[in-house]
Design a binder for this molecule. Structure first.
Ligand SMILES: [Zn+2]
Length: 486
């Protein structure tokens, strides 16, 4: 067997094969949209496209199932276009070349697009099925999920009639996702005055480095260090004693990454330089004693550097150091019904000086909308107290709060146990999913996200586990058969 078209279940793999033949990188989904519409027409399936490019298809209930609650099956049309450096591939024109390797389906040097092609293939298989019992059905294929969830964002209320949304875009068989975090960006700005460098000063570039960093949502609760927090803790502790003046600061690079390295150029009286070295050693020992188990490579450094042209005025320096230290950071609360998953967090991601201004950028997340607002308020309060020149919040997107009383969750737990004799894992993710946006448009929807096992999505190592695809298909069919009555 060498083609995925021969794999079981044929309904899924043959549809997935068709999708691999149509280019669909994020933001270039026209060909895939055209393909889906033509496919729907050939199969006599009612299909339409909304203003954002989402595809909506409908199918009536099978005989005897008309009284079931309406179900929306949902996946996303686009895929992440990533390839190995030595692979020649044009994602806007070339088909994905798949192959079978043991239990896995892989692509030759590129992403496979099983994220979310398998989910879309399952939707197609249900739409054309003649022997699978299901209630009133709608299929929502969203556009451009991978680069900003444009389709989910643009979906209008009132377009869909169902009450239960099954998102088919999760990546581990046996896990049911019931919640996700929303987010909002905060940006704070201080303006500073340039002051003359005092005579008899020495300049150093000091810094914190060697930290692990990581994803600002998924890794926020791992106890890792935040290089901005640590550097400003050092400055708070030693500024007065050593007579430190800051000339510039550069900490962190990406809003959604925990900062690994932060550096500041400081000057101090020449007489205090030996004490600076001692202070760095002392602080490093303390921070290592606290964090060493998680951050074995944590390091505080100081190196001689050229004398800066100016230093930041003392008042701004004071307000900056104190507000960075006071700003909430890390996990603030766990989800009550899932104590291993973070509910609300902030990542103090970036502190950067440039051209008379210092920018502070953080990313807040929460599965509870009002908790996100409350944390934003705390951050605003800190920087108002510090008399920051500008404080703004933007890029907000909603979360999805886990509902332990969800009827579809109870049904799907029951169906899973009946099929496989064990309980599925109930999960929430401290990052964004389309369900957060979709649920904000359709607050009455009872939602769940599940899927087959995919490894290394978004990379050329992406692979789909063949046995898990069969289980996913069996589970989806059994779930549709048992959907509660209206
Ligand atoms: Zn996906």
């Amino acid at each position: 067997m060498n083609s995925i078209k021969d794999l079981q279940p044929k309904e899924i793999w043959q549809n997935f094969y068709k999708l691999t033949q149509v280019p669909r990188p994020s933001n270039h989904e026209e060909k895939a949209r055209k393909f889906m519409l033509e496919w729907a027409e050939e199969n006599h399936i009612e299909a339409k496209i909304d203003e954002t490019g989402n595809i909506i298809m409908t199918k009536p209930a099978t005989p005897g199932m008309e009284n079931r609650k309406g179900v929306i099956l949902q996946g996303h049309l686009d895929m992440v276009p990533q390839k190995n450096e030595d692979t020649v591939h044009d994602f806007e024109n070339d088909p994905i070349e798949t192959y079978i390797d043991g239990e896995w389906v892989k692509a030759k040097g590129t992403t496979l697009g099983a994220d979310n092609g398998i989910g879309v293939a399952a939707c197609m298989a249900i739409l054309t099925s003649t022997d699978i019992p299901h209630g009133p059905l709608e299929v929502l294929i969203t556009s451009t999920e991978e680069t900003g969830m444009d389709g989910a964002n643009g979906l209008k209320a009132g377009m869909l009639k169902g009450e239960i949304l099954l998102n088919l875009d999760s990546e581990t068989e046996g896990e049911l996702y019931v919640g996700c975090a929303g987010g909002i960006d905060s940006t704070i700005q201080f303006k500073y005055k340039e002051e003359n460098v005092p005579a008899d000063s020495k300049a150093y570039r000091i810094g914190v480095k060697g930290l692990k960093g990581g994803h600002s949502g998924m890794d926020i609760n791992l106890g890792r260090g935040n290089s901005n927090k640590l550097l400003f803790r050092f400055l708070k502790t030693y500024t007065k004693d050593l007579g430190l003046r800051m000339a510039s600061i550069s900490g962190g690079t990406l809003r959604n990454a925990i900062p690994r390295e932060s550096f500041a150029v400081v000057i101090l009286p020449a007489a205090n330089t030996a004490r600076l070295e001692a202070a760095l050693k002392e602080a490093e020992a303390i921070y290592k004693a606290e964090l060493g188990a998680k951050e074995p490579n944590l390091q505080l450094i100081a190196e001689n550097t050229g004398m800066p042209a100016f230093v930041i005025d003392t008042c701004t320096q004071f307000r900056l150091i104190n507000s960075i230290l006071a700003c909430p950071n890390g996990a603030v609360r766990m989800i009550d019904s899932m104590p291993d998953t973070v509910e609300t967090s902030n990542n103090l991601a970036i502190v950067q000086s440039e051209n008379g201004k210092i920018f502070i950028k953080t990313l807040l997340r929460s599965s509870v909308e009002t908790a996100k607002e409350a944390l934003a308020q705390s951050i605003q309060a800190v920087f108002e107290l510090a008399d920051a020149d500008e404080i703004s919040f933007d890029g907000a997107y909603p979360g999805w709060k886990p509902n332990p009383d969800s009827a579809i969750l109870h049904e799907m737990q029951h169906v899973y146990e009946k099929l496989y004799g064990k309980k599925p894992a109930i999960m929430a993710i401290h990052a964004g999913l389309e369900c957060g946006l979709l649920g904000s448009k359709y607050p009455n929807w009872d939602m769940i996200s599940f899927g087959p096992t995919l490894c290394s999505p978004h990379s050329p190592d992406e692979r789909a586990n063949i046995p898990s695809v069969a289980k996913f298909w069996e589970y989806l069919k059994a779930t549709l058969k048992d959907i509660p009555r209206k």
